[in-house]
Design a protein around this ligand. Structure first.
Ligand code: FAD
Ligand code: FES
Ligand code: FES
Length: 1389
């Protein structure tokens, strides 16, 4: 316990949802999130990452600010808020604003009804971000709306429906008529109204001209959505997000097509006067409190000092004590970097560090001011003061736009950012270049002023302040008239991401000349600290700001900012190139401002700041046929059946279940080595730690330690050796999660390294480390075809893996029942049967003793198909050992290390083709990195082989699939299951064929595209092939040809920003390729009150399967959906289920449910003469008729034989097409998706809202795969990218600005339930249209640099890849070091 010499009251007082909480026994190490979930049992806020990176834990924290005399409402990450920091605050959680039992808040209702919640795990956080925004701005604008979600992630929806629902609160939406008041806006479909737009000189009768103009024309009976219908007619048609100028855009959309997925008129209005009031008691407390608080925990003491003097005294006595304000640094250090800080001082409330003051030279900010406060104050100053004075302020405000999300900026403070001294701090380079000064104070030394200059950061995470000193304030100066200031940042993702490199430049030009009087150039991400390029500055002073300056500056920067090839963080050439590219942008911007010499028009594109217009979209689907019974829900866009519970936080996920008496928590001991012998495991220190019950390892497995979902090639606990980092070696059971995890870290495992260590695909090829057999699909005569070909290309390409990043990590609760070895497993899994079977095997009991129950998952995407069994089996063994219930929910970093990802693939291909673009022959070898066990990898490689033709009929093919065995975590299923990888190679080589032939990409794709009746390379005949229809409709809908010309024009006019356009078709085979899995069961009970309980083999992970199954039962039984319920999936109701995977679950389970329902209906038939459903049921019951039935279905006709290359591997195909347009910044590698149009074939949709949600969600997930998500591994096989901080999935700002989705009309499918088609996986690949549009844009940049011909672009096309592919004078300055001459920091698997 640290010696503080300070007494304090140990009483925490705060409010939660209006209820006062007084706690005299708080643990300072506990976060608000844990407190809410475990102590208050408010489980609405979720744990998605624990590091402030996902927003699932967002709550609103309100405080009274005595200086401002007002209550401030802030969105905050509960996972980073220490519970002690909440003293005097009022916390509002999702449960506090509305519920299904009382009344939903409009924020909850609109999200649910707009289909903005799929798995629902992100939903409470999204609701609370929106709620907080509305508490501060009851009618926000679109920009505020989008900014509110910078700190929230959703892995399911693709964000569009969330924004669409919440748009209804905005000024822009409510503009013309006051919006919701008076029951809906005029744009809500009233005849003849053109909302948010004009219907000048024309009619918009019976239709909508929403957000756009219908000028001089008619939009009668049609829609001109988000666009213009000028001088023309869109009668009976749509001009969607585009222009229908002087003509008819018909598009063939008829009146049976709807674009309304929800009804705005149904929304309750928002009434801001009805919100709960801030507890008056807290106003008093905050303004008058002068009491020191002190909370002493097991390892940490937390002091909230009453005075600043106390802070200085405490620091003098305990120089190593940490001041904590926002805890956004310290929280992460403690949780993920094992830092321990026994004494925490929390001075955030003290006025001495919480103020701003205008001075003669600028503004002084207290060090405790939050970044939000800094931003708002500077924005005000920019508004009030002359432009030249506020150029530095403008640079800070612009940078803060890209600094974390609201939740972090609301708590993180200026002092925290400076004193942390992170080498990638976004503000420090600005403060350095501005020459800001810091005032510091200590008990002994009093106050002193320190300039932020090259000496301020003397080393990694060090500042010029002494440990006893407290930073009090920062002076931010005004700029002068002849002074210019700009700052830049490049990150992996635009929103909420730390910088790869950032820079801040200040230059002062001598009055009336172009001579540099003073200049400062500072950088982040280029050294262990933020650095100033002092030599460059010295060299440039006195020079002219003209074109000769640039080469001089670039050459000096090269010397000032060296990076060794193996530098931590990697990306050496990219980082170095960014330094000069940023300077180039600054150079041109100043040149433009100076007006000395005009910047050539094409070069001006280097200067523009990023601006994104608000997103728009249209979703179109076929309405149900006229005459369909009203209660028949099939084909209607009904809301996800759990949506209302998800938006209120009432939906229960595994870890939301209340603790069970005697429950213990499981902490995992994971391998730190990729390939090593286990020499010893010593848990003795762990066993002495508080709360620890026991240690569990291979010795405790009562049944078999050998396990595996497909073949038995894994162990429950590693016994003699480990074969990857992250393998489970042992586990500690303790009373709480914190105790279990701490103790697990104290278990000492000694290893002896083993050789070889096979990490990459190339390593596997070198060591011939493959799982056998090596499958092959062969057709035609390759050799002969190559001979006949006019041209041949050969190449190699890579597509990286992808982390599932389901928002809910793997979780399980195992309850031993003590009788006959019975055990109940609650598990977040797509595969209850495998969970049951593998636990039974480990326990050594028959499967009939183990029940697996699954209510819902917070996302799965394939990641919970088999790898969850690793966790549930370990839990089962542990529960068996102690005979007590055991719980685990993996932390995000554990989940990412343990559970595997999408398979990285390497493809080597040779393609023979004629000069007119016809492809004759394809010889391709696909190598997948499977990791250390087989898992589902053979199926993944096979699916890649099946999809390696994309949508092209190739007469001669050899496709060989190598499943590489490596020392990395076992990779597994992920939406698409190898399909997207196979398709990616095909679309890449066909693009190259077009380039080689000098013909358009469209033409080459079209002449090779499948036609009805064609045979695939595995000799399956294509029947009802819809690819051409999707393709043509998509080209038309997107107005491809016009936009091609526009893109080319744009590229001709701009050198440093380029646009690209690409159209990509897709075909995806539906069925498990393991034929036996294509079966499903259902159990339907009808109770005597007429209510129906449906159970089937599929699991609900957000994809809306249960909703669709209720729709199926509704039609089959002819009763309303309200009579039907699905409660969970369990192995004791429907046995031997297949995993919910392969997009086939609606097809399979839907048929099983239908069959069961039909059986019941048949039994009821004799009673149907009179009365209602309830009467029939009662009569049947009294007649002793069974009111429960099972249904079983197996897909007929699946009989593919790979040896013979004949038969049908798939039941049918799904088709689609997408056109995407992007803009790239050639100097930074940044990209924006300007527009995407998708036409997708889903047969007769069972539920268009769900299907469109799946398409959009898959597309955005695919954008992550193809452009952003990058796993970073060390050469030793250690995963670095273990959380949202380093692994970036797309955020709200990454979706296409215009995002249009239509479901192909009139394409019923005779092979699946009610003529529908699968939808989960097929659309994901369409996101490659963004990748190929980027490539198209890069082609243009390269052409400007004089580079012609094809080039290799691997997936993902990250900012680094884009920048380095746009070769120019800046990239040329930094050639890559010779491979093999150094050990890289990171490698590609
Ligand atoms: C999800 C996430 C995203 C982030 N994104 C960014 C980003 O985009 N750009 C970026 O630059 N940073 C980012 N950060 C880092 C962080 O948010 C900032 O550095 C923030 O300003 C830290 O402030 P804090 O109040 O939370 O610090 P705390 O964690 O409370 O404290 C940090 C350190 O500062 C010290 N300290 C604080 N105040 C004083 C003082 N007055 N005197 C002396 N020492 C003091 C503390 O003792 C501690 O060592 C991010 C962090 C997270 C978790
Ligand atoms: S759990 Fe708090 S931000 Fe992810
Ligand atoms: S609905 Fe957003 S993560 Fe699932």
């Amino acid at each position: 316990m640290p010696e503080t010499g300070i007494e304090g009251k140990p009483e925490l007082v705060f409010f939660v949802n209006g209820r006062k909480v007084v706690d005299q026994d708080v643990d300072p190490e506990m976060t608000l999130l844990t407190y809410l979930r475990t102590k208050l049992r408010l489980t609405g806020a979720k744990l998605g990452c624990g590091e402030g990176g996902c927003g699932a834990c967002t709550v609103m924290v309100s405080r009274y600010n005595p200086t401002q005399r007002k209550v401030l409402h802030l969105a905050v990450n509960a996972c980073l808020a220490p519970i002690c920091s909440l003293h005097g605050a009022a916390v509002t959680t999702v449960e506090g604003i509305g519920s299904t039992r009382t009344r939903l808040h409009p924020v909850q209702e609109r999200l649910a009804k707009a289909h903005g919640s799929q798995c629902g795990f992100c939903t409470p956080g999204i609701v609370m971000s929106m709620y907080t925004l509305l508490r501060n701005h009851p009618t926000p604008n679109m920009e505020q709306l989008e900014a509110a979600f910078q700190g929230n992630l959703c892995r399911c929806t693709g964000y569009r429906p969330i924004l669409e629902g919440y748009k209804t609160f905005t000024k822009e939406f409510q503009g013309c008529c006051g919006g919701m008041a008076g029951n809906g806006c005029c744009r809500n479909g009233q005849n003849g109204q053109a909302a948010n737009g004009q219907a000048a000189n024309g009619q918009a009768s019976n239709g909508h001209a929403v957000n756009g103009q219908a000028t001089n024309g008619q939009t009668s009976n049609g829609h001109a959505v988000n666009g213009q219908a000028t001088n023309g007619q869109t009668s009976n048609g749509h001009a969607v997000n585009g222009q229908a100028t002087n003509g008819d855009t018909g598009n063939g959309w008829n009146e049976d097509v709807s674009k309304e997925l929800f009804q705005v008129s149904e929304f309750q209005p928002l009434d801001p006067t009805q919100e709960p009031i801030f507890p008056p008691e807290l106003m008093k407390t905050e303004s008058s409190e002068q009491t020191t608080l002190k909370f002493a925990g097991e390892r940490v003491t937390w002091i909230k000092p009453a005075t600043f003097k106390e802070v200085l005294e405490l620091k003098a006595k305990n120089p190593r004590a940490k001041l904590v304000i926002g805890n956004s640094e310290i929280g992460v250090e403690v949780k993920f970097k094992n830092c321990e800080y026994p004494l925490i001082i929390a001075p955030g409330h003290l006025p001495e560090i919480n103020f701003h003051r205008y001075t003669e030279h600028g503004i002084t900010f207290g060090a405790g001011c939050t970044l939000t406060y800094l931003n708002d104050t500077l924005a005000e100053a920019i508004h009030d003061l002359p432009e030249h004075q506020t150029r530095l302020f403008a640079a800070i405000v612009e940078m803060l736009r890209w600094f974390a999300g609201h939740q972090i900026r609301n708590v993180g403070c200026i002092g925290g950012n400076i004193v942390t001294a992170s080498p990638i701090s976004d503000l420090n380079p600005i403060f350095l270049s501005a020459g800001c000064t810091v005032t510091a104070m200590s008990h002994q030394g009093g106050s002193r002023v320190v300039k932020m200059d090259h000496a301020f950061f003397p080393g990694y995470r060090k500042t010029a302040l002494t440990p006893e000193e407290v930073m009090v304030s920062l002076d931010v100066p005004f700029t002068k008239e002849n002074e210019y200031f700009l700052a830049y940042k490049q990150a992996k993702r635009r929103d909420d991401d730390i910088a790869i490199v950032n820079a801040a430049f200040r230059v002062q030009i001598e009055e009336g000349t172009d001579i540099i009087q003073d200049i400062a150039l500072s950088f982040g991400g280029m050294a262990p600290t933020s650095v100033m390029a002092c030599n460059t500055a010295n060299r440039l002073i006195g020079l002219k700001w003209d074109n000769d300056l640039l080469p001089e500056a670039c050459s000096c920067l090269e010397d000032d900012l060296p990076l060794p090839p193996s530098v931590p963080g990697g990306m050496v050439e990219f980082r170095r190139t960014l330094t000069t590219s940023f300077f180039f942008k600054f150079f041109l911007s100043v040149q433009q401002r100076l007006n000395l010499k005009d910047v050539p028009p094409p070069y001006r594109s280097a200067c523009s700041l990023y601006h994104r217009e608000p997103p728009h979209g249209a979703q179109m689907y076929q309405e149900v046929p006229e005459g369909q019974a009203r209660e028949d829900a099939v084909g209607r866009p009904i809301m996800h059946l759990s949506a209302l519970k998800q938006v209120t936080g009432e939906a229960v996920y595994t870890d939301d279940m209340p603790p069970i008496q005697g429950e213990l928590y499981l902490g995992l001991v994971l391998s730190k080595k990729a390939h090593a012998k286990i020499v010893s495991i010593d848990p003795s220190e762990a066993l002495k730690m508080p709360g620890v019950e026991t240690f569990v390892s291979a010795e405790d497995v009562p049944g078999s330690n050998i396990t595996g979902p497909v073949v038995l090639d894994e162990e429950v606990f590693a016994s003699e050796k480990v074969t990857c980092v992250g393998q489970v070696v042992g586990a500690v059971l303790a009373d709480t999660q914190a105790h279990a995890q701490r103790a697990a870290k104290a278990v000492v495992v000694q290893y002896e390294d083993m050789e070889p260590k096979i990490i990459t695909i190339e390593d596997a090829i070198l060591h011939q480390s493959f799982f056998h057999p090596i499958n092959k699909i062969e057709k035609g005569n390759l050799e002969e075809a190559f001979e006949r070909s006019d041209q041949i290309i050969e190449g190699e390409l890579r597509i990286g893996g992808q982390e599932h990043f389901y928002l809910e990590t793997c979780a399980a609760i195992v309850v031993p029942h003590g009788e006959d070895g019975e055990m109940e497993i609650f598990c977040s899994t797509q595969n209850p049967t495998k969970t049951q079977m593998l636990a039974a095997k480990a326990l050594g009991v028959p499967a009939n003793r183990v029940v697996c129950r699954m209510k819902r998952m917070g996302g799965g995407f394939g990641g919970k198909e088999t790898r969850t069994c690793v966790i549930s089996s370990v839990c089962a063994v542990a529960a068996h050992k102690v005979r007590r219930p055991v719980r685990i929910m993996l932390d995000r970093d554990e989940d990412m290390v343990i559970t595997g990802t999408r398979h990285p693939f390497l493809g080597r291909y040779k393609v023979g083709f004629m000069s007119d673009g016809r492809v004759l022959a394809l010889d391709i070898s696909l190598y997948s990195n499977a990791g250390n066990s087989l898992d589902l990898s053979r199926g993944v490689t096979d699916r890649a082989l099946f999809h390696s033709d994309s949508v092209y009929t190739i007469p001669n093919v050899r496709a060989v699939g190598y499943t590489c065995k490596t020392n990395t975590a076992s990779n597994t299923a992920f939406r698409g299951f190898g399909g997207p990888q196979g398709l990616f190679f095909a679309e890449s080589w066909i693009s190259d064929v077009a380039t080689k032939c000098g013909i358009s990409q469209l033409t080459v794709r079209e002449i090779n595209m499948h036609k009805e009746g064609d045979l695939t390379h595995y000799n399956m005949k294509l029947e009802r092939c819809q690819v051409q229809r999707c393709w043509e409709e998509c080209l038309k809908q997107s107005d491809f040809h016009t936009r091609r010309r526009q893109v080319d024009r744009f590229n001709g006019e701009n050198r440093w920003k380029k646009r690209g356009l690409a159209a990509i078709p897709t075909k995806f085979g539906i069925s498990f390729t393991s034929t036996f899995l294509n079966q499903a069961g259902a159990l339907v009970h009808v109770y005597t009150d007429g209510s129906v309980l449906v159970t089937h083999g599929g699991t609900e992970m957000g994809q809306g399967l249960h909703t669709k199954m209720v729709q199926v039962a509704c039609r089959a039984l002819k009763i309303p959906t309200s009579r039907i319920h699905i409660s969970e999936t369990s192995t004791n109701t429907v046995p031997n289920t297949s995993p919910t995977a392969a997009s086939a679950s609606s097809d399979l389970n839907g048929m099983a449910v239908k069959i069961a329902c039909e059986t019941i209906l048949q039994r009821l038939e004799p009673y149907m003469g009179k009365g209602s459903w309830d009467d029939w049921v009662r009569a049947a019951y009294f007649d002793r008729v069974g009111l429960s039935a099972t249904g079983f279905y197996r897909t007929p006709g699946l009989d593919y034989d790979m040896q013979k290359n004949e038969g049908r591997p798939f039941n049918y195909f799904c088709y689609g097409a997408a056109v995407s347009e992007v803009e790239i910044d050639c100097l930074t590698g940044d990209h924006t998706v300007l527009r995407t149009d998708i036409v997708m074939d889903v047969g007769d949709s069972l539920n268009p809202a769900i299907d469109i949600g799946q398409i959009e969600g898959a597309f955005v997930q695919g954008c992550g795969l193809f452009t952003m998500e990058e796993q970073v591994y060390s050469p030793e096989g250690v995963l670095y990218s273990r959380g949202p901080g380093m692994y970036k999935i797309p955020g709200f700002a990454d979706i296409p600005i215009h995002f249009n989705v239509s479901l192909l009309r009139g394409a019923p499918n005779d092979k699946a339930i009610f003529s529908s088609k699968a939808v989960g996986e097929p659309p994901l690949f369409l996101a490659s249209s963004v990748f190929f549009a980027i490539k198209d844009a890069v082609y243009s940049a390269r052409a400007d640099a004089g580079l012609k011909g094809t080039f290799r672009l691997d997936s993902p096309a990250t900012a680094e890849c884009i920048r380095m592919a746009c070769e120019d004078q800046f990239t040329a300055q930094f050639p890559a070091a010779e491979p093999g001459s150094f050990t890289p920091w990171a490698i590609k698997l």
